[in-house]
Design a protein. Structure first.
Length: 386
């Protein structure tokens, strides 16, 4: 059976949040024709149940593209960092920087849906759902990629989804580091009896004996929880009743938010650092297709956002197609490695109970709480301003 062929400037493989963000950004800033190719249906690609924290710099870009993050989630006006069993703690506050929020917690489902809705206003972008890319070749100075029913011929090919297991002919793993931890994710409700200054607009990072415990506000009296622990601990946690799970979270987190009352169906997943690259010259890899990070600092999507911004600049300048992937990789290397190293350092520093680790990290937290300059410097980093 013959399949039809489409000629375009840019093909983006992966229509999730990062691929859709790239397509929308290109539509706003260039006249390039774009085809966004997604393996899932529209409803499925917009059904991601996760919540993510968007840094203020990411929110700024979203606003320029017509995405109002205030309608998709909750503002983070304060970040509270503490170490279980020790005095070290600090609070980063938007009010100290005279900004409305340090970032926003948004539903990834709502964000992806809004990005796809916005794409409908730009005729230069065409989205193809339920198309699984099966092959690629480079010939006559163009990329030729094909699904079972369609072929695309383009100057620039970008991969924004997938991994070396799902697309072994296209991606290969460059680096993989197993942190020996699993993330337990769930939405948890809290009774409204905690201090008012912490309610609704505070994100928490609590370092516990098992691993980091993050709480992100997603509704009145409901938080999205991510707790890092060993595989055995995660399995044992999931086997408990909701009441016991809430009690265990209470013991690890404390009473700052009040009493935890109900947890919705927690799930667990392995925490790894993975970096991937294309097997083919000239293909650009970004977002989770390029790297997955430990979620301790919530930087995965924000790093992907900066990937998108850098790539749009190169595509707008119409760099030579075969050279652009290497130019892009070099341009992003420093930011990527510094983000990965900072994430690793944070995880390593707060995962030990030995005095050489406990004392410096608590002194650091106390120093930051005492120093307005340090708080503002760190807050700007958290906001994504380099």
């Amino acid at each position: 059976m013959s399949i039809s062929s489409i000629n375009t400037d840019v093909c983006i493989v992966g229509g999730g949040s990062v691929g859709a963000l790239l397509a929308l950004h290109l539509a706003h800033t260039t006249n390039l024709s774009v085809h966004l190719i997604e393996q899932q249906s529209y409803d499925d690609v917009c059904a991601d149940p996760r919540h993510i924290a968007l840094a203020a710099s990411t929110v700024d870009t979203m606003s320029q593209l017509g995405i109002d993050c205030a309608t998709l989630g909750y503002p983070i006006k304060q970040i509270h960092v503490s170490d279980t069993g020790y005095l070290g703690q600090c609070r980063l506050q938007a009010s100290e920087l005279n900004v409305p929020a340090l970032g926003y917690v948004v539903s990834l489902s709502a964000l992806t849906r809004q990005l796809h809705i916005q794409l409908g206003d730009h005729p230069q972008v065409i989205v193809h759902y339920q198309n699984r890319i099966a092959s690629h070749e480079y010939a006559n100075e163009h990329h030729h990629i094909a699904s079972d029913t369609q072929q695309w011929v383009c100057q620039y090919c970008v991969v924004a989804a997938g991994n070396s297991q799902t697309m072994p002919w296209l991606l290969e793993t460059e680096t993989q580091k197993d942190y020996g931890q699993y993330g337990v994710v769930a939405n948890i409700k809290v009774a409204g009896n905690g201090p008012q200054r912490y309610r609704h607009t505070t994100a928490f990072e609590r370092f516990t004996n098992t691993g980091p415990l993050a709480m992100l506000p997603i509704e009145d009296d409901t938080y999205n929880m991510l707790w890092s622990m060993t595989q055995d601990q995660a399995k044992a946690f999931l086997a408990h009743s909701s009441a016991t799970q809430c009690r265990l979270v209470q013991e690890g987190f404390g009473t700052r938010l009040g009493r935890f009352t109900q947890m919705d169906s927690p799930v667990m997943f392995p925490l790894r650092l993975t970096q991937q690259q294309s097997r083919h010259q000239g293909i650009i890899v970004l977002g989770n297709a390029s790297q997955t990070l430990h979620p301790i600092a919530g930087q995965g999507f924000n790093l992907a956002h900066r990937d998108v911004v850098a790539l749009v600049r190169l595509l707008a300048d119409k760099h030579p197609p075969l050279d652009i992937a290497e130019t892009y990789r070099k341009a992003r290397a420093r930011d990527r490695q510094s983000t990965i190293q900072a994430t690793d350092w944070l995880l390593h520093s707060f995962s030990h109970e030995l005095l050489p680790f406990v004392l410096p990290r608590n002194l650091g937290l106390l120093a930051m709480q005492k120093s307005r300059w340090l708080r503002q410097w760190f807050a700007r980093l958290a906001m994504g301003y380099r």
